[in-house]
Design a protein around this ligand. Structure first.
Ligand code: XMP
Length: 322
């Protein structure tokens, strides 16, 4: 693998920030760049590095793909407005749901439903409209490692898979944090003055809730997993776990509601202890906590009749389901 990690021990945060800002300035020159901000720590760090380097010549967008969590766009735009960074919101819901229609294979969902739409349709249009020649993105060391190892095709890996973005999409991609893992990225985020909600935010995958819907990704099925995600985040945010999430399964099971058969959906809850997402083990949650999750998810989610808790470790499991 050609990318070399900068370990937490070797990282000098101030020097790292200064060198990346200088690098972005020198590569982009007097031109324009675009980037997408999801509000996760990776894209937030890249947004701040890019704005330090380029100021208004970096155009930052929140891509509303229909797969984000409840209220996420408003929250993220508000946080960055507080830092003096203006974020445009692009409504790309129809593009993503159109591409995801009928897809059930995990890698196809990632490749055709997410990657192609992001890079070709959404960024392709943005680059044409703005005249930008560069895309800044928050690829990190773990993303590269897992994709190169063939574990999962992380949506943001291009060069390591032999993709020439200039040729394929008409712009160059800059990846300022590609040599860092999560703990190092959090340290940089803190030094950049980002708020705790951002630098301590649990990871959230680039393909968003698509990574948590087994089977076809439709607006209705995303709505179900979005509801369960809200409840899981609400109930588990104080656990100190590395990541906690809800997954919607594809197979239905028989339930009973108000004395009548209710053939319904299954939600799986996962909660992980980990330092870097490479290996992870299920958090030892209290049974009362699990029961409360199940009660809330089945009450607030019409059509959900079963809630399970994952007790397998990564490996052989992975953190997300898709
Ligand atoms: P897995 O599911 O591979 O996840 O154990 C490892 C970590 O990466 C996140 N994840 C992704 N992040 N694009 C991303 O930016 C992706 O395609 C993607 N898939 C998984 C996941 O949430 C976990 O923190």
């Amino acid at each position: 693998m050609s990318v070399k990690e900068i370990t937490m021990d070797a990282l000098n945060v101030d020097e790292f920030i200064a060198s990346q800002v200088a690098e972005i300035s020198s590569v982009v020159g007097e031109g324009l760049a675009v980037n997408a901000l999801s509000g996760g720590v990776d894209s937030s760090v890249v947004t701040m590095l890019g704005h330090k380097a380029l100021g208004d010549r970096l155009k930052t967008y929140f891509i509303q793909n229909g797969l984000m969590r409840e209220g996420e766009a408003e929250q993220v735009v508000g946080w960055f407005a507080g830092l003096g960074v203006d974020i445009g919101v692009i409504d790309a819901r129809d593009k993503f749901f159109g591409a995801l229609k009928g897809l059930t294979d995990p890698e196809e969902k990632r490749e055709r439903g997410i990657t192609q739409v992001f890079y070709k349709d959404v960024f392709g249009d943005l680059v044409k409209q703005t005249g930008a020649k560069f895309l800044l993105q928050g690829t990190n060391f773990t993303d590269v490692e897992e994709t190169v190892a063939g574990v999962k095709r992380q949506h943001n890996i291009l060069e390591q898979l032999g993709i020439d973005t200039q040729e394929e999409y008409g712009y160059r991609v800059l990846e300022p944090i590609i040599r860092l893992r999560k703990p190092a990225i959090r340290a940089v985020a803190r030094a950049l003055g980002l708020r705790k909600e951002i630098y301590a935010r649990p990871p959230f995958p680039g393909p968003a809730l698509c990574a948590r819907v087994v089977g076809e990704v439709t607006p209705e099925r995303v709505e179900t997993v979005r509801m369960a995600t809200r409840i899981v985040e609400d109930e588990l945010s104080e656990t100190g776990a590395f990541q906690y999430l809800a997954i919607l399964h594809d197979d239905m099971v028989t339930g009973v509601r108000d004395g009548r058969r209710d053939y319904g959906q299954q939600i799986e809850v996962r909660c992980w202890d980990s330092t870097d997402a490479v290996a992870a083990s299920p958090t030892n949650l209290r049974f009362a906590t699990l029961r409360k999750l199940a009660d809330r998810i089945t009450e607030e989610g019409p059509g959900v009749v079963s809630v399970t808790y994952n007790i397998a470790a990564k490996p052989p499991s992975t953190i997300e389901a898709v």
